[in-house]
Design a protein. Structure first.
Length: 197
C-alpha cells in the first residue's frame, strides 16, 4: 500500500480528493517520476484508469490464501506468480471495513467489498503477467522511451499497473469510489496514533 497517498493524518480528509487526483498522487510518489510535469502524470493516470476500467472481467485463477499479518505493512492483498497465489490479509481487510463504517462511506463500499476489491485488484495484476496485456497498457499510455525514425519503443510507466488494477477493482465490484480513496484513508488511519475511548 502506498503511504505517499496519505498526505494527512485525518482519514476523512481524503474524501474531498478526486479519484484521478489520488492516481496522480500515486504516480508522483513513485520513484522515477520525481520532477515530472503534473499534466503528464495526469495524462498517464487517466490512460491507466481507463485501461483498467475496460479490462475484461474474469475470475481470479490464482490460489487464494488468507493471512493475518498485513496491518504493519499496510497490505490488503498481494499477488505472487510462482505459484500463482493471492494472499488476502484479513486483519487489514477487517480494519478497512471498520474504517468505512467510521467514515460513513458504506454507500461507496458495500459490506464485503473490501475483500472483493482486493481480490479483483490482484486478479488485474494476474492479467499484467501476460505480455499482451502489458503491451496493451504501454500502448494506451503511449510513453516513448526511444524513437529512431519511424521506430518507436514504448516505455513502462511505474505505477500505471497499480492505477489500472484499482480501476479494474472499482469497475468489477461496482464501487462508488476508487479503492485508492480507501487506501489513502487506511494509510492515514493506521499511521495515525490510536485514540483512546
Amino acid at each position: 500500500m502506498n503511504r505517499a497517498l496519505a498526505t494527512t493524518a485525518d482519514p476523512a480528509a481524503h474524501q474531498a480528493t478526486d479519484d484521478l487526483d489520488l492516481a496522480v498522487r500515486l504516480l508522483a510518489g513513485t520513484p522515477t517520476h520525481e520532477g515530472r510535469d503534473p499534466a503528464l502524470l495526469r495524462e498517464w493516470a487517466e490512460a491507466a484508469d481507463a485501461f483498467g476500467a475496460a479490462l475484461e472481467p474474469g475470475p481470479c485463477r490464482a490460489r487464494i490464501v488468507e493471512r493475518d499479518d498485513g496491518l504493519e505493512e499496510l497490505l490488503l492483498a498481494r499477488y505472487t506468480s510462482r505459484p500463482a497465489t493471492v494472499e488476502i490479509y484479513v486483519d487489514t481487510v477487517d480494519r478497512a471495513e471498520r474504517l468505512i463504517d467510521e467514515l460513513g462511506w458504506r454507500s461507496w463500499y458495500p459490506v464485503g467489498s473490501v475483500r472483493a476489491a482486493a481480490l479483483a485488484h490482484e486478479s488485474a495484476h494476474e492479467h499484467f503477467h501476460h505480455k499482451d496485456t502489458r503491451a496493451a497498457l504501454k500502448a494506451a499510455i503511449g510513453h516513448t522511451a526511444l524513437r529512431l525514425g519511424r521506430l518507436r519503443v514504448l516505455a513502462h510507466v511505474a505505477g500505471a499497473e497499480e492505477i489500472a488494477a484499482h480501476a479494474y477493482a472499482r469497475t468489477v465490484c461496482g464501487l462508488g469510489r476508487s479503492p485508492l480513496l480507501l487506501t489513502a484513508a487506511l494509510a492515514a488511519a493506521v499511521g495515525a496514533p490510536r485514540r483512546e475511548n
